[in-house]
Design a protein around this ligand. Structure first.
Ligand code: PMP
Length: 458
């Protein structure tokens, strides 16, 4: 339907009938939503004909970029052949089998078994249900507690939100018993008086302290994103994850890597746990598995847990109508072809280096910029009221929102988490587009600084 030919107030209809995720509807209705109508590469088009550089790859997912015809073709071909069949009752379909086999080959270590769902949240739910079922089957039902981290994000189902460390979500009915949280490895915000390597070990040892408090016999699993994305692109020092892994192993606690954002090249390697040198017992995948072209997620399960589930549990009472949706799996297979053929992980590593170099060149002279950090093509820019002391702005989140709005005005999508600007562009972003993104970011951050200069140290 063309909005040029039909006079229809899309914004008014949206406000009247559409409840948005993670939105304050009152403030949403004060403005008008932007209607996105198309996409090509790293670019979005809106209904006013404006081109917007999407430095968030949708919601961290459009790794291969918009407008990839072969994903459209894969989807259409599978819909024609078989649009749906389930995998519950002694049936399977070829795309789901092919994808499970392919993921098992790609995933590090012995993560040889895939369970499919539609969203990252469902994958997290599944992993947590599996972890508890594993311990119940092994005769240790007391091992139920799941430990996550402050600022962790593991989705919006109740189990996922409880495992995550977002207090606002807990306050809206998602705090559950048998979940605990430790500090995040947030060097800039929580540990910059220490050397990063020392801080990494210190932050990991918070897990040891929590285990001592709760008892290893009561703990099922630790869950963490290799890089905490939605919590503000918190990149742990290199010392952090090996120490977490040591503590989990010594205490017989399952380690779950939530790779919903990091998976499929984002960090410069195929998986974040490869970038950080760890071998989890389970790994959750979503988003870039299909580059967002179809909803799909997976839990990759290591041999240790899988053998118990397969040989001893009996029926695992868990699954979704769309577990292993054949169209999503066909899209994933075509998308993995692109990721491998175009070597998008290596490309993310190289482009990430260029992006950070250009960001430093463009932003280092702005006193509002406290830190620029990144790994591969995921990164963050910390905004600070005083670069020297790293003092944050008062009323957390306000300056971030101002900056996000200036990005919007410059046709750049960057997201604000508290007062940290985060970005994760499509992995196919080219050098000229990186320069364009950096120029827009500079304009937006300069405008932000001009607006809040009175609150900054002179
Ligand atoms: N885990 C992580 C690490 C995520 O970033 C997200 C989504 N941003 C989720 C889980 C939840 O995924 P979904 O929104 O697809 O349910």
């Amino acid at each position: 339907m063309s909005d040029q030919t039909i006079a229809f107030d899309w914004q008014a209809a949206d406000a009247a009938h559409h409840l948005h995720p993670f939105s304050d509807h009152k403030s949403l209705h004060e403005g008008r939503v932007r209607i996105i109508t198309g996409g090509d590469g790293v670019w979005l088009t809106d209904d006013q004909g404006r081109r917007v550089l999407d430095a968030m790859a949708g919601l961290w997912c459009v790794a291969a970029g918009y407008g990839r015809e072969e994903l459209v073709e894969a989807s259409a071909a599978q819909m024609r052949a078989l649009p749906f069949y389930n995998t519950f009752f002694k049936t399977s379909t070829r795309p789901v089998i092919a994808l499970a086999e392919r993921l098992a080959a790609m995933a590090p270590g012995d993560l040889n078994h895939a369970f499919f769902a539609c969203s990252g949240s469902e994958a997290v739910d599944t992993a947590l249900r599996m972890a508890r079922t594993y311990w119940i089957t092994r005769g240790k039902p007391a091992k139920r507690i799941v430990i996550g981290r402050e600022y962790g994000y593991h989705g919006s189902t109740t189990l996922g939100a409880a495992a995550g460390g977002m207090k606002d979500m807990h306050r809206q009915g998602a705090a559950l018993p048998d979940f605990a949280h430790i500090m995040p490895p947030y060097w800039y915000g929580r540990g910059s008086q220490m050397d990063p390597a020392e801080f990494g070990v210190h932050a990991a040892r918070a897990l040891e302290a929590k285990i001592a408090e709760l008892g290893a016999d009561n703990i099922a699993a630790f869950i963490g994103e290799p890089i905490q994305g939605a919590g503000g692109v918190i990149i742990p020092p290199a010392t952090y994850w090996p120490e977490i892994q040591r503590i989990c192993r010594e205490n017989d606690i399952l380690l779950i890597a939530d790779e919903v954002i990091c998976g499929f090249g984002r960090t410069g390697r195929m998986f974040g746990c490869e970038t950080f040198g760890i071998q989890p017992d389970m790994m959750t995948l979503a988003k870039a598995i299909t580059s967002g072209y179809a909803p799909l997620s997976a839990v990759m399960v290591g041999d240790r847990v899988a053998e118990v589930l397969i040989n001893e549990t009996g029926e695992f009472y868990h699954g979704f109508t769309y577990s292993g949706h054949p169209v999503s799996c066909a899209v994933a297979l075509a998308n993995l072809d692109i990721i491998e053929r175009e070597d998008l992980a290596a490309r993310a590593a190289a482009s990430g280096e260029i992006l950070r170099e250009r960001l430093h060149a463009a932003l280092d002279d702005l006193p509002i910029v406290g830190e620029i950090r990144g790994v591969g093509l995921i990164g963050a820019i910390e905004l600070t009221a005083d670069r020297r002391t790293r003092r944050p702005f008062e009323k957390t989140g306000r300056v971030g929102t101002i900056c996000r709005d200036h990005c919007f005005a410059n046709d750049l999508v960057m997201r604000a988490v508290r007062d940290t600007m985060v970005f994760a562009p499509p992995l196919i972003i080219g050098e000229a587009e990186i320069d364009d993104m950096v120029a827009r970011a500079r304009r937006a951050i300069t405008a932000t600084m001009d607006e809040v200069r009175g609150e900054m140290a002179v």
